[in-house]
Design a protein around this ligand. Structure first.
Ligand code: GUN
Ligand code: ZN
Length: 430
C-alpha cells in the first residue's frame, strides 16, 4: 500500500560543497513524500501528489521538515556507557575508560543490552544508519547486527582487531583476527540491510603481521568497506612514527599494508600532510569528520573545507563515545564551531549534507540512503523546527528556510526529532 507524508520537504539536487550551497537544495513548503514498499516513489507538491494518489494512507506532519534520516559515518556502539568520561586525552582515555568498558563485551547478554540501548539512542536522535566499531569479541558483532536486523535498519560495522598495545583480554592475533573477521563477514555481509566492515582499530594497536593479514582479508573481499582511525592527536602521531620508523607518515603505514583504497573510511584525519591528502583523494577513500570527539578529547580542528575542495567523500560522525553526543544536530553545531575557529562559516546546507548524503557517499551507500528523492530507501525523519522555547523565540524572526533551520542545528537535540520512518515504517521511539 502506498502512503503519503505531508509537510515541508528538503532534498538535495546537488552537492552544496561543489556549488552555491542554496542552489543544491529543493525545499517545498507544502510538500509530500510518496512511499511504496519501503522506497521513496516521489517527492513533490502536496496537492498534486494527493490528487494523483487519493487512495494513499496520509500522515500530515504539519510544519515539520521531512528529510532523509541522519547517517553517522563513524561510531563505537561499545562506548555507549562511557560517553562523557572526564579529563583524558586520547591514549589515556583509551586505557582508563575505553578498554575496561570494551572488555565487558565478552558477555553476549551485556553486548546485546548495550546494542539495544545504542540503537534506541541513535533512533531518538534521527540516526537511521551508522557505521560502527564493535569490540574484539565476535559476540559484540553478533549483538550489534542482531539488534540492527530486528529494527530493520541499514547498518554497517565490524569486529575491532588489536594484537598489541591493549590489555591481554582485549587482544586477538593476526590469525584469529583474520579468521574471526572473515567468519563474521560471511555471516552478516549483505544479509538484509547489513554490511560488514573490516575494522583494524588503528596502527598502534596492530602488529605489522596483523595489518598485513587485514590487508589480505580486504583484498579477498573488495566489496566491503575498511574503517580505521587516522591522524587524530599529536601524541598518537608520535607513537606511530616510533612504531613504524620506516614509513614516511601515518597514512603510509596503512598504504604499505594494502589498507588504502576505495572503501577505506578514515576517522578524524586532522593532521594530514599534503601527500596524505592527495593520496586519500587519489585512492578514492573517504574521511569521517568527528567534531565533538575532536574537541572533547582535545584532538584538533579538522579542515572540512579542504577535504571537500579535494573532492574527498566526507561524512559527519558522532564518534560515540569519544564524541560527546548522540545528536547529529549537536554534531553539526560542533562542525560549525570548528569551521568558525578555522575562519570558515559553514552554510547550514553543507552541514546537513555532511550529516546525510555526504556520510552516505563516504560509506558507498549514497545511492540507497541519505537523500529524500525518488528511488531511495524510505529512511526518513521529521524535524520540529520549534522544539524548545529558545529555538521557538529565535525562529519567530526567520525569513528564509536557512534562518528557520540554523537555530535547530545550533540549539536542537533529540527533542527536535518528531517522527522517524525506517524503510517506510513509522518507528515508535523507545
Ligand atoms: N583511536 C583508536 N581507538 C579510538 C577510539 O576508540 N576512539 C577514538 N576517538 N580514537 C581512537
Ligand atoms: Zn573512533
Amino acid at each position: 500500500m502506498s502512503q503519503l507524508l505531508l509537510g515541508q520537504t528538503l532534498s538535495f539536487t546537488g552537492n552544496p560543497w561543489q556549488q552555491p550551497a542554496e542552489e543544491a537544495v529543493q525545499h517545498i513548503r507544502h510538500g509530500a513524500v510518496l512511499i511504496e514498499d519501503g522506497k521513496i516513489i516521489a517527492v513533490g507538491d502536496a496537492d498534486t501528489l494527493k490528487a494523483a494518489h487519493p487512495q494513499a494512507k496520509t500522515t500530515n506532519h504539519g510544519d515539520g521538515l521531512i528529510m532523509a534520516g541522519f547517517v553517522d559515518s563513524h561510531a563505537h556502539f561499545s562506548q555507549t556507557a562511557i560517553i562523557a568520561s572526564w579529563g583524558k586525552r586520547l591514549i589515556d582515555w583509551l586505557n582508563t575508560y575505553t578498554f575496561p568498558e570494551e572488555s565487558r563485551f565478552i558477555d553476549p547478554a551485556y553486548a546485546a543490552a548495550v546494542a539495544n540501548t545504542y540503537l534506541d539512542l541513535n533512533l531518538a536522535n534521527g540516526i537511521t544508519t551508522a557505521c560502527a566499531f564493535c569490540t574484539i569479541h565476535p559476540e559484540s558483532v553478533d549483538a550489534y547486527f542482531e539488534a540492527s536486523q530486528k529494527r530493520g535498519l541499514r547498518m554497517l560495522g565490524g569486529k575491532v582487531m588489536m594484537d598489541r598495545n591493549a590489555p591481554d583480554n582485549l587482544r586477538d592475533t593476526a590469525q584469529s583476527g583474520y579468521d574471526q573477521s572473515k567468519a563474521l563477514l560471511q555471516k552478516w555481509h549483505g544479509l538484509d540491510r547489513l554490511s560488514y566492515t573490516i575494522t583494524p582499530r588503528f596502527a598502534p594497536t596492530s602488529t605489522p603481521d596483523q595489518l598485513a593479514a587485514t590487508g589480505a582479508l580486504w583484498a579477498e573481499h573488495p566489496d566491503t568497506l575498511m574503517q580505521t582511525h587516522l591522524s587524530e592527536q599529536h601524541e598518537e602521531l608520535a607513537w606511530v612514527k616510533d612504531l613504524f620508523p620506516d614509513q614516511p607518515d601515518y597514512l603510509a603505514v596503512y598504504e604499505h599494508f594494502g589498507l588504502l583504497g576505495p572503501g577505506a573510511v578514515m576517522g578524524h584525519s586532522i593532521y594530514l600532510n599534503d601527500r596524505e591528502w592527495e593520496a586519500i583523494r587519489d585512492a578514492g577513500a573517504s574521511i569521517a569528520h568527528c567534531p565533538t570527539s575532536n574537541t572533547f578529547i582535545g584532538s584538533g580542528l579538522f579542515n572540512a573545507t579542504h577535504s571537500h575542495a579535494l573532492g574527498i567523500p566526507t561524512g559527519l560522525a558522532t564518534d560515540v563515545g569519544g564524541g560527546s553526543s548522540f545528536s547529529m544536530l549537536r554534531t553539526m553545531a560542533s562542525a560549525y564551531e570548528i569551521g568558525q575557529l578555522r575562519g570558515d562559516a559553514l552554510h547550514p546546507a553543507r552541514l546537513l549534507y555532511m550529516a546525510t548524503q555526504g556520510s552516505a557517499e563516504a560509506l558507498h551507500i549514497g545511492h540507497k540512503v541519505g537523500n529524500l528523492v525518488a528511488g531511495r530507501e524510505a529512511d526518513i525523519i521529521v524535524l520540529d523546527l520549534a522544539s524548545t522555547p529558545v529555538i521557538t523565540q529565535r525562529v519567530a524572526r526567520a525569513n528564509t528556510l536557512w534562518e528557520a533551520l540554523f537555530p535547530t542545528i545550533m540549539l536542537g537535540d533529540d527533542r527536535a526529532i518528531s517522527s522517524i520512518y525506517i524503510a517506510g515504517e513509522p518507528h515508535i521511539l523507545a
